[in-house]
Ligand binder design. Structure first.
Ligand SMILES: [Zn+2]
Length: 443
């Protein structure tokens, strides 16, 4: 333990000096008084937007079209004139989004996307983004030098694996590839967990849930980690409780994506996610692009203050959420956003135009009745709720009860079927709780 801490600290003073300095700065920022933090955020947002307008044809064109005054971007009203950028914009203008000469600092990133084709972006190798994660880990009592286990899509080749081991030595990192969640892979991962006893297990919600189900099904246990962190999909209360019960540690929600990396994370209070407002701006906007007050759910729009190889300015992430008012009891002054509600696409629509949301929370009151679920709407609007039943005696009756409110909202407009299945198809790294084949209408 001590060797890991000393080695890590030594690296922060030498080979990873920039990470060390950045972490120290982040740890100061998180206790700034809210006004100081807000002006730091406004200054950094304005700086990166000005950089984007000066260095990339895409943003220059868009800012011109909207008459944005680059000199006044710290002013919230002027900031609102900055046009919101969608995934389709990034996809269609990839070349125009890269500042000249930025290639040597670019690490290419391909986002899988829960819908549609992959999107190509790039991360800035000059930015020690991991420090954002380290600050958050400390909220949970996990230290950056602790052993970690990750359940995700780690397409590491042999060389990267060796390089990664060396880079982090003597801290150990275990991996379970979420694309290969068969019994053998889970057994091997379980063996590694028992041997290494990592402080943190971090991974995609669906994959961590799958592993928890495996542990329970096979009557195993694991040495409880200090914390478990999930990302990549909403964390419904039932899922959180289930993972906490089976794996024996609190589960925290992280908000990150491939475009902007770490954006927000829960603290120990599990009462909303602190936005990393010294590095990212998260806005909540209504369908017309106007900012919404705290408590009202809208589109999450992110600005990354640090990426100068593929600037992300007012980018609509496709997730929805709401700002939370007031200070957090943990003492961190970073603003909070309520748990993102998942992809805007993760809703069902009826032929009448009615949108049904909160689908993923459907089984929240019945954690013991449902092991896994998936709601599938076909292109004829019919809805099938597939469930893998839990061990509870009356599981099916509880499922019927849980689906009843949805049935009432649908009011017979389309057929709704409950289908009990033994397993759900595992579609890659991200579990899709809601799948809709109904074509998107133009906004
Ligand atoms: Zn807090």
């Amino acid at each position: 333990m001590d060797l890991r801490r000393r080695s890590f600290t030594a690296k922060l003073r030498t080979v990873r000096r920039s990470s060390g300095e950045y972490l120290a700065e982040l740890e100061r920022n998180q206790f700034l008084d809210p006004d100081a933090l807000a002006s730091l955020e406004a200054r950094r947002a304005a700086d990166i937007a000005r950089f984007a307008a000066e260095a990339t044809p895409f943003y220059r064109r868009r800012f011109d079209e909207h008459g944005v005054d680059l000199a006044r971007l710290e002013d919230p009203d002027e900031w609102q004139r900055v046009p919101v950028t969608d995934r389709a914009h990034l996809k269609a203008n990839e070349a125009d989004l890269r500042p000249a000469g930025s290639e040597r600092h670019a690490r290419e990133a391909l986002t899988a996307g829960s819908t549609g084709e992959p999107l190509r972006t790039a991360h800035d190798t000059r930015v020690p983004n991991l420090a954002l994660a380290w600050r958050m880990y400390r909220w949970w009592g996990v230290q950056p030098w602790d052993d970690l286990a990750r359940v995700g899509r780690w397409g590491f080749g042999r060389l990267e694996t060796v390089r990664n081991r060396l880079q982090w030595w003597p801290s150990r990192q275990l991996y379970l590839d979420a694309r290969l969640l068969d019994a053998d892979a889970m057994l091997a991962f379980h063996r590694d967990l028992v041997r290494t006893r990592p402080a943190l297990i971090e991974g995609y919600v669906g994959a961590v849930l799958e592993f928890a189900a495996f542990v329970e099904r096979t009557g195993r246990t694991i040495p409880p980690p200090v914390a478990i962190a999930t990302s990549a999909a909403p964390l419904p209360p039932s899922t959180r409780r289930r993972i906490e019960t089976v794996l024996g540690a609190p589960v925290y929600d992280e908000y990150r994506d491939s475009e902007a990396l770490w954006m927000a994370g829960e603290c120990r209070r599990q009462d909303g996610l602190h936005v990393f407002a010294d590095a990212r701006r998260i806005e909540v906007l209504d369908p017309d692009g106007r900012p919404l007050p705290a408590g009202e759910i809208g589109d999450l729009v992110v600005t990354d203050f640090t990426n100068r190889v593929f600037p992300i300015i007012r980018y609509r992430t496709g997730d929805r959420g709401a700002l939370i008012d007031g200070p957090c009891a943990c003492g961190v002054t970073l603003p909070r956003v309520a748990q993102p509600e998942g992809r805007a696409i993760d809703m069902l629509r009826l032929p009448s135009g009615t949108a049904l949301t909160h689908i993923t929370a459907m089984f929240a009151k019945h954690p013991a009745s449902v092991r896994l679920f998936q709601v599938h709407q076909r292109d004829d609007f019919s809805i099938t709720v597939k469930v893998v039943l839990g061990d509870e005696a009356d599981a099916l009756r509880h499922v019927e009860e849980a689906v009843e409110p949805l049935r009432r909202r649908i009011a017979g407009e389309v057929p709704l079927t409950i289908e009990v299945v033994d397993a759900l198809p595992y579609t890659g790294a991200k579990t899709k709780y809601v799948i809709s084949d109904v074509p998107l209408r133009d906004a």
